[in-house]
Write a protein that binds this ligand. Structure first.
Ligand SMILES: C[S@@+](CC[C@H](N)C(=O)[O-])C[C@H]1O[C@@H](n2cnc3c(N)ncnc32)[C@H](O)[C@@H]1O
Length: 244
């Protein structure tokens, strides 16, 4: 439980600092930012009036929020296209589970589509991610999350290590039948945010979980890996563990 609390990603070993600079052109909306007028919403409206995600579950369209360079910066508390950047709005509670270590649960009722938290940590290079995972014993918890994106025919990997610098998202366990869905979100710079949204209504006290991803080819063949203890009827049996 020993880590420095941060609210958003910070550059770590090997990170490209240029990717953290505020770079995107902003929208020029004089009024409300909507699908018809706002250049940040060219892929579609992101949120409803209550800040709930509108994209269909399973959509791969990138989610772009308004930012520092947008004219709505003067209305940033009311602009409806700023949700992930405004941070956690619900009571979230770390708690101890015998078999999985710590987990995170909802401290209040949360409606489907609401933003819960982003997985924040140190952004590190691929080499550093390999080095850190090699230095870990197989039974240690893994806190390195890799975002895989396909941009213009190329694979783009972002490694987020929440071991030493993190927010409460580091406590969220995997489930093969999760109640949260991750979404890649960008606002001001190239470095993506890993936003977690409620897939359905969540009751106070329910453990929050998301699916850590597909099993790698090697895992599918060998069926080796950490046993998954999510308890879901459709449990795949092992924890998705591939870094890349
Ligand atoms: C990001 S951490 C989650 C928080 C962690 N349980 C803790 O105590 O800090 C990921 C690690 O939690 C454990 N874990 C998460 N989901 C699990 C599951 N469904 N079954 C077994 N272990 C799980 C694994 O050790 C995994 O590497």
């Amino acid at each position: 439980m020993d880590f420095d609390y941060i609210v958003r990603n910070v550059p770590g070993q090997g990170a490209n600092l240029d990717e953290f600079t505020i770079d995107f052109e902003g929208c020029t909306c004089m009024d409300e930012c909507t699908f018809n007028s706002c250049s940040c919403l060219r892929f579609g409206q992101n949120y409803d009036d209550e800040g709930r995600l509108l994209h269909a579950i399973g959509s791969t369209v990138p989610l772009l929020e308004c930012h520092e360079n947008c004219s709505c910066v003067t209305r940033e508390t009311t602009c409806g296209n700023r949700v992930v950047q405004n941070g956690v709005k619900f009571q979230l509670e770390p708690f101890y589970l015998k078999n999985k270590g710590y987990g995170l649960r909802a401290g209040e009722f949360i409606k489907a589509g609401q933003f819960i938290i982003e997985y924040a940590g140190e952004i590190i290079s691929r080499d550093e991610a390999i080095k850190r995972s090699e230095n870990k014993s197989p039974n240690d918890h893994n806190y390195i999350l890799t975002i895989v994106e396909h941009v213009a025919g190329k694979e783009r990997l972002t490694h987020i290590d929440a071991k030493k610098k993190a927010n409460l998202a580091r406590f969220i366990n995997h489930s093969c039948e999760p109640n949260l869905r991750p979404y890649v979100v960008r606002s001001d710079c190239i470095v993506p945010h890993f936003g977690l949204f409620a897939m359905r209504d969540i009751q106070s006290g329910e453990e929050l979980t998301y699916d850590y991803g597909e099993l790698s080819k090697e895992q599918l063949i060998s069926q080796k890996g950490k046993p998954c203890l999510c308890g879901a009827a459709n449990c795949r049996g092992i924890l998705p563990a591939s870094l890349f």
